[in-house]
Design a protein around this ligand. Structure first.
Ligand SMILES: Cc1ncc(COP(=O)(O)O)c(C=O)c1O
Length: 384
């Protein structure tokens, strides 16, 4: 028998489904609506700013908490888009991707034996972060078909060891959003049970049909206990730049930065400078995103009208769930591989976002794609 030199600290974790499905899509030459990234480019002015800063020699370490010019722009935009006052010095930390910020927030707060509530289906980085900190993930499913907060199950999952709850709105993979009433309820809950919050808001600007995004920063009782994560990758269509930020009260920010400085120390300097220039030049840009992506969602959903899939148009994010229960009883993991090979269309099974996947039949499709790809994808789906 092969002798192992290490017992894995994350024995359940393999290569993520996103990596596998993108690789399979490439291998099969399939239309790739699996991984969540745009197939169109970022604004030209942003890319030019990046090139300019690289060529101007701005290529050495930035300050640990982020370039101040960028933190000031973040504070200005929080004022402009959300009417939130925020101190760039003590409350904003630039991070190399929201994923790193989430990891640092969890590591800073969760101790051995602490319980952390995760709302399934949930983004795949949450549970490993909790486990590596010695904590225990307690999974509470959102209620299908609308994937709304299930207050009864949430309260039943609380215990004296519950330390934190991780929320994500707009929600990947389901496209649901937390309402103002949900946020007021959560505010009351976390105060009552003395909980910390990680609020993953990377799709904050992608909300449709006249909805508003309700940030944890807008509710004083949540704000006082929350790490709120945003991603420039999502907002400016530069997922490969892996840069975002965390807003948290000064006391929590001090602890987050203690971890951040040893996990990564800093985010990439020319990226920070380029994003800051772009935010200053085009402060209204994020407000254009909702209409831009809503049109893509509608294009995709209308083109599927003659298909055998059932769908509820996504309320936010750039993901659309399709219910295939009228087509096949097969598990989503099998089907998404099979359809990538057979029909040349790659998606993501949502069961992988669950601790205990319920009996349901959904695949997730990313509509941050050019119109031609969306139309061609819908045509292939209509043929199934
Ligand atoms: C819910 C959610 N959180 C976090 C991230 C990661 O953001 P970043 O690329 O900034 O690390 C993603 C990316 O897909 C996501 O969907």
């Amino acid at each position: 028998m092969e002798k192992r030199v290490i017992a894995s600290k994350l024995p359940e974790v393999g290569t993520t489904i996103f990596t596998r499905m993108s690789a399979l899509a490439a291998e099969c030459g399939a239309l790739n609506l699996s991984q969540g990234f745009p197939d169109f480019d970022a604004p030209e002015a942003l890319r030019e700013a990046m090139a300019r800063h690289v060529m101007a020699g701005n290529n050495q370490y930035a300050p640990m908490a982020g370039v101040m010019h960028l933190r000031e722009q973040i504070a200005a935009q929080l004022g402009l888009h959300r009417n939130i006052n925020c101190d760039p010095e003590s409350e904003i930390t630039v991070v190399p991707g929201a994923t790193e910020g989430i990891f640092c927030a969890v590591t800073a707060c969760v101790r051995a034996g602490d319980e952390v509530i995760l709302l399934d289906p949930c983004y795949d980085s949450y549970q490993p972060a909790v486990e590596l900190a010695g904590g225990r993930a307690i999974h509470v499913p959102l209620a299908a078909p609308l994937f709304a907060l299930d207050r009864e199950r949430l309260e039943a999952a609380l215990s004296p060891r519950t330390r934190m709850i991780m929320i994500n709105s707009p929600h990947n993979p389901t496209g649901s959003t937390l309402s103002r009433d949900d946020m007021l309820y959560l505010q009351e809950l976390v105060e009552r049970h003395n909980l910390l919050v990680v609020s993953d808001e990377v799709y904050e600007h992608l909300v449709f049909d006249g909805r508003r995004h309700h940030s944890a920063l807008e509710f004083p009782g949540l704000r006082a206990r929350s790490f709120v994560l945003s991603s420039f990758g999502k907002t400016f269509s530069v997922t490969g730049w892996k840069t975002g930020y965390c807003v948290a009260p000064a006391e929590l920010t001090v602890e987050l930065r203690k971890i951040h400085q040893f996990v990564c120390f800093v985010a990439v300097t020319p990226v920070q400078l380029a994003v800051a220039d772009f935010m200053q030049a085009e402060p209204g840009y994020p407000a254009t995103l909702a209409a831009f992506y809503q049109r893509k969602r509608d294009l995709f959903c209308h083109a599927l009208e003659g298909s055998r899939f059932r769908l509820t148009p996504s309320a936010g994010t750039y993901f659309q769930l399709l219910d295939y229960s009228a087509i096949s009883p097969d598990p989503d993991t099998n089907l998404c591989e099979q359809w990538t090979r057979q029909y040349g269309i790659a998606s993501i099974p949502i069961s992988v976002f669950y601790d205990k996947p319920p009996q349901q039949h959904y695949l997730r499709f990313c509509f941050a794609k050019s119109d031609g790809v969306l139309t061609a994808a819908a045509e292939r789906l209509c043929g199934i």
